[in-house]
Write a protein that binds this ligand. Sequence first.
Ligand SMILES: Cc1cc2nc3c(=O)[nH]c(=O)nc-3n(C[C@H](O)[C@H](O)[C@H](O)COP(=O)(O)OP(=O)(O)OC[C@H]3O[C@@H](n4cnc5c(N)ncnc54)[C@H](O)[C@@H]3O)c2cc1C
Length: 455
Amino acid sequence: MGISRVAVLGAGLSGLMLTWKLQEAGIETIVLEAQSEVGGVGKTMVWNGFRLEAGPHHFHTREQPLAQELKQLMGGESLIQTRQNRIWFQNRWIAYPLSTRSLLEIPPTTLIQAVGELALLWSQHRLGFNLPTPPTQPGLLPKYGKVLDQLLMNEYRQKIQQVPASSLRPTWYTSISPASSPLQAAQQLLQGLFRPPKARTLTFHDPSQGFGSIAKKLEQRILAAGGQIQTNIQLRKIHAPDDEIQAIEYHYDNQEHWLPIDYLFSTIPLTTLFFRWNPIPPHSLLEHSYRLRHCSLVYLNILLPQATETDNMWWGYFPETHYSFYRASPAQLHSPSHSLPQQQSCLTVEWMLPTDHPLHDASAQQLLEEALPGLEEAKLLRKEDVKDLWVHKESRALPLEHPTQQSQLREISSYLTKIRRFRAVGQQGKFHLSPLAENLRNSLQAARSIIKESN
Ligand SMILES: Cc1cc2nc3c(=O)[nH]c(=O)nc-3n(C[C@H](O)[C@H](O)[C@H](O)COP(=O)(O)OP(=O)(O)OC[C@H]3O[C@@H](n4cnc5c(N)ncnc54)[C@H](O)[C@@H]3O)c2cc1C
C-alpha cells in the first residue's frame, strides 16, 4: 500500500509518539492540534516554585523496550525511582495495592463484608444468574462487590505515594490477580502468607522536569526529522467517502485548508471525531456518541509551611466520600529533582467529576472547605497552616467509562474499524481510561504496522 502522507489528529503524548516514529521512518506526517501547545494532558505547570502536573504523574512499566524508548528520548532527564504506596481507608492508612498481609489491616467487619460480597457474586455468576448492574455503579463493582471495588479499582485509582521510609511499618507488595474460584482464592491466600516478603515498591521512570518535558522532546524530534506540527487548528471535516479516508478539512490562520491524506490517526475525543465525519454516520450512532460522557478534573493546590508533619506526605485516597474520585498528594514529590523552596510544602487535592458537577464553579476557598474534613481527619493539614491556594481545571480530560455505554461504544468502534486507512489510538481516541504506558505502547505498535504496510 502506498502511504506518502499521514495526518495525526491531536498532539497529546500518544499522537506525538506516533508522529515521531512515522516521520523517523521517512513517512511524511503532519499533526493537527486544536490547542496552542503540544502535550495534551501531559502538561507541567509551576506555582510558587512547585511543579504541578495536569495529567500523568508517574510512569510505570514492566516492559523494558518501552522503558528504554522513553529513556533514550529523555536522555539525562529521566529519573528512575522507587515509591511506596498507602491509602487512607476507614480511618487508617493501609498498604496499597493490597497484599494478603495488608488485607489483615482492613478492619475485620469490612473484611467480612468484602468476603461475603465476593462469595455472593461468585455464586451468582457460577449459578448462571447475573443481577442487572445498577447504572450508577461502574468499575469493578459488579464483579468484586463494593468494598473490594473501592480498594482495587483500576490502575488510575492506584495511589502512588512516596512515604518517608521511617514512617512505614514493613509491608509487602503483591499485585492482585482476582481468583477465578474460591479454591484458587484460598490457594492465593496461603501462598501470599508463606511467600517470602518482597519490597513493597514499584519502579517509575518519571521525567525529572515533569511530564510536559516529554512532549517538548517529542516535538523537537519530530521537527528535526522534517515532520509538521500545526497548532491552533479548527477541525472542520474528515472526508471518508466509500469507507476510505480521503482528506481533512480544517481552519488555520484565517484560511480554510483541504489536506489530502493516505492515512489518518485520531487521538481526539471520539465524540468530536464522529461529529466531523463525512458522510454523516447513521443517526443512531451519532446519538450514542452524543451520550458518551467525559469527566473533568479540578485541582486545588494548597501551600503549607514546611513545619507540616513530614509523616503526612502521602498520596491519600478517601473512598468514603461521595465523589467518584478524590485524592490528595504532595506536589513536591511529583518532581523530586526540583530544588524545593525553603520552609514550604504543597499539597494537591484532586477531584474527578462529571462535566456538569457544580464543584467546577467553586472558588478556591469553597473547594478548601469541601476538602478540609477529609484532610484534617487524615492529619494531612490543619486549616490554620494554609498559606495560599491555587485552583486549576482540566475540562473534559477523561472518558467517563460506564458499563451502560459499553454496547454503544462497541457499535461506534465497529463502524470505525470498517473505515480503511483510519485508526483511533490514545486515551480519547479509544474512549478508554488508560495509563500512559499503554497509550505509548499502542502508538509504537500502530507506527510499526503502518511502516510495515508502506514498505
Ligand atoms: C488527571 C490524569 C492523571 C493521569 N495520571 C497518570 C499517571 O499517573 N500515570 C500514567 O501512566 N498515566 C496517567 N494518566 C493517563 C495519561 O495522561 C494518558 O495516558 C496520556 O497522557 C494520554 O495521552 P493522549 O495523547 O492519548 O491524550 P490527550 O493528552 O488527551 O491528547 C489529545 C489531544 O487531542 C487534542 N484535541 C482534542 N480535540 C481536538 C480537535 N478537535 N482537533 C485537534 N486536536 C484536538 C487535545 O487538545 C490534546 O492535545 C493520567 C491522565 C489524566 C487525565
